[in-house]
Design a protein around this ligand. Structure first.
Ligand code: 2AM
Ligand code: CA
Ligand code: CA
Ligand code: CA
Length: 271
């Protein structure tokens, strides 16, 4: 299917930013790195990629607002459209020369997530979706896995890193999930986890204490691939959601029921 004008704009921005990331990935030992907090790094590569995406999208759709990881919120004249951008999801992998990182560009229109693109420059995988038009990996239509038996399922998650709240809660949740599923995986890029769940490589995914830029694109890709995504309690996702649970209908439902059994050790979604 030929890409729409909107998707071509998103693809152009992602490809250009991807070339910048790929160049920096090749010389990662020379990158300027700053520390935002314990275990929380940002590099010149994140900033350069974000700048490219900001400039490309601003030029193509003047007036749309932005929510970006490094720049934060940028108000636009058009109050009904907001780009939600993570220019480099998986910075820790990137810093270690690990190719599991992605660019994530989502579009929100009047409270709805309407378009998403996740691009992995080293893996050469581009996931795209627009509301009502299906989800694609490169040019191929994708669907969530059909598997409905939890004991056969492969589940992705994210582990709170050094300095983040919720480590004990995560271990308690992992203990319960591990006892019920075939295997658990952790990639280090939330956007990639959602894309791979949409493509059926994972059957489900849950993670707490994220930000909307980690998942905005993945929400559209996952839903258009036939998947379900809510917060871990089953509440609808909004721009304010921080914690997420995804999968096909059956796995999503089973994981939700399992997570309800986990004792809450502290507020699981500390900010
Ligand atoms: P990042 O690489 O863009 O920072 C992996 O579990 C997810 O956690 C990734 O999407 C990663 O995004 C995110 N992450 C890493 N450090 C984080 C931090 N300090 N706060 C919140 N999320 C973080
Ligand atoms: Ca970051
Ligand atoms: Ca991120
Ligand atoms: Ca990032």
């Amino acid at each position: 299917m030929p890409a729409s004008a909107l998707m071509n704009v998103m693809l152009g921005a992602a490809r250009k930013a991807g070339r910048s990331l790929a160049r920096d990935f090749g010389e990662v030992e020379h990158l300027q790195i700053s520390v935002k907090g314990p275990g929380n790094f940002v590099t010149a590569a994140d900033h350069k990629a974000e700048e490219i995406i900001f400039n490309e999208l601003s030029r193509a759709r003047p007036g749309y607002g932005f929510i970006m990881e490094e720049r934060g919120r940028v108000e636009g004249a058009d109050k009904s459209h907001t780009w939600i951008v993570d220019p480099l999801d998986g910075t820790t992998n990137f810093l270690h020369g690990n190719p599991l990182f992605s660019i994530s560009i989502g579009l929100e229109r009047e409270g709805e997530f309407v378009a998403g693109l996740i691009y992995m420059p080293v893996l050469n995988e581009t996931y795209t979706a627009e509301k009502g038009k299906g989800a694609f990996l490169n040019d191929r239509r994708i669907r969530v896995a059909a598997r409905s038996n939890l004991a056969d399922s492969l589940i992705a998650t994210g582990i709170p890193h050094l300095g983040r709240p919720g480590q004990k809660q995560f271990v308690a949740e992992l203990d319960v999930i591990m006892g019920a599923v075939s295997g658990v995986r952790r990639s280090g890029s939330a956007a990639l986890d959602l894309a791979w769940t949409a493509a059926g490589r994972f059957d489900g995914y849950w993670e707490r204490n994220l930000h909307i830029w980690d998942v905005a694109a993945g929400i559209v890709v996952l839903r258009e691939a036939g998947g379900f995504i809510t917060d871990p309690e089953g509440k609808p996702v909004t721009l304010e959601s921080r914690s997420f649970l995804a999968g096909n209908e059956s796995i999503h439902n089973d994981l939700k029921r399992l997570l309800k059994k986990v004792p809450v050790l502290a507020a699981p979604d500390a900010s």
